[in-house]
Structure formats: C-alpha cells, structure tokens
Design a protein around this ligand. Sequence first.
Ligand code: BTN
Length: 259
Amino acid sequence: MMDDSLSPASVTDNLETHFIGQRVICYPTLTSTMDVAKQETQQGAVEGTVIIADEQTGGKGRMKRTWLSPKGNISLSIILYPSVVYLPSLIMLASLAVVHSIEAVTGLKPQVKWPNDVLVNGRKVCGILIESDVRGEIVDYAIIGIGVNVNLRPSDFPEISSTATSLSNELGKDVSRLSLIRHLLVEVERLYLALPTGGSIFEEWRDSLVTLGRRVQVKSGKTVYEGIAQSVARDGSLLLRQPDGSLTKIVAGDVTLRD
Ligand code: BTN
C-alpha cells in the first residue's frame, strides 16, 4: 500500500479554502469521528473544523447501523453551522462533493443512490451521515460524516463484499487518501458557499441519482414500500409511485434497486 499517512499539515498546507479544513485534527484510531466532532462543537470549534481518523472502531452508519472503517479508508467529519434553511441541502452537497472529488482524482464515474450513497459500477464506495442539532430555527451544529472505501480490499470483508467496492478495487491500484481529502474539502466549501445563490445543487444531485425511474424497495422505519422511484422533491425526499397508483413521499429510508 502506498505511504499515505495523514497529518493536519499535509491536509491544510496550501489548501485552497477559506474555512473548510483550515483546522484539522487527525487521530490514528477513534470510536467515531462523529462523536469527537460533536464534542468539538460543544467547545466552540470553528466552522469548517475537520476530524479525521485513520481507523474507527465504532463507525456509525445511517439507520443506527455500523460502518466498517479499516485503515486505508477515509473516515472524516466536517463541522458546519448552517442556517436552518440549508440543512436539507447538506445531503445533496455532501454526495456531490464526493462524486466530484472521486471523478477528479480517479477518473471513475460515480453515481448517487438516494439519498446519499455513492456507488461506482453499482457498488457502494461511500456513505454519508449527517447529524445536526436544531432548536426551533437555530441550528446548533451540523456534522457531515463521510466514509470512503479507498484502499479497502472487499474480499477481506465478506460482510460487505457483495454490495460494496473500493476505489482501489475498481481502479486496480491504490489511491491517495490525501489527494481525495483535499479535493473533497475544496469541493464541500465551493458548494456550501454557493447555497445562498440558490445554485443548481438540487438539479445536479437529482440528475446524478441512479434511483430515478427504477423499480425499488424502500425500507423506512418498520415500513417497506415497493414501487417506481418517480422523482425527488426539493427537500430531498423521494416520491415513490406505488402499484396502486398512489404517490408517497418518503423522507428517509433505504433503497434497494429491484431491476
Ligand atoms: C451510511 O452509509 O450508512 C453512512 C456511513 C457514514 C460513515 C462515516 S465515516 C466518518 C463518519 N464517522 C462515523 O462514525 N460515520 C461517518
């Protein structure tokens, strides 16, 4: 594996951002970067602070699942203090930033599976978890957690090998985590700063979804829906056309493509 150790200086040196990634904290191993990021917000961490772990022992996924985070992958969390109106856009922003940076660094063409799994050749390479604390109209914090399978060998992890892949596995060679992280931070900032201009994040995210037009099963809480993923609403929710013709709006869930 390439020598690809990460340090705060290697990430921040000449990083072309104003605030995202200007303060970076690296840990060799952590339970979860989400927990440390949350503690950091309670100590008044500056916006754009990034927590990186080489390895997580209790990586958290969506829907209370665990997230495998061995060495060689990217596990990081970014602290933001957005206005409440931009919260729904963070999912779209984060998945697009990942797509753009994977494209730039590897030339691969990732797609998004609603709401924010990033796939390469139909298999998951990245998961995104957003945790926020909102009181009324005030956002205490929002933390974007990003986990990318960079140099993971799927065959070493039978529990995910049928649905997941990694960048190195798709390319046939190791990929620089440092380069990917630096691209990612620049891209997150660019998209974040563009939010007030009402830019085209929604349209681009919608157009990058593999899900639309496909027959899907969606698990949302204890409910399982089947139907055609017809479209997405501006708030990020999925509009599912069910067999009886009704259209159901699903705010959060897990999609399995059926065709
Ligand atoms: C998912 O697809 O279920 C989301 C996975 C999110 C994983 C990342 S890795 C960095 C950050 N720390 C965590 O514990 N989880 C997120």
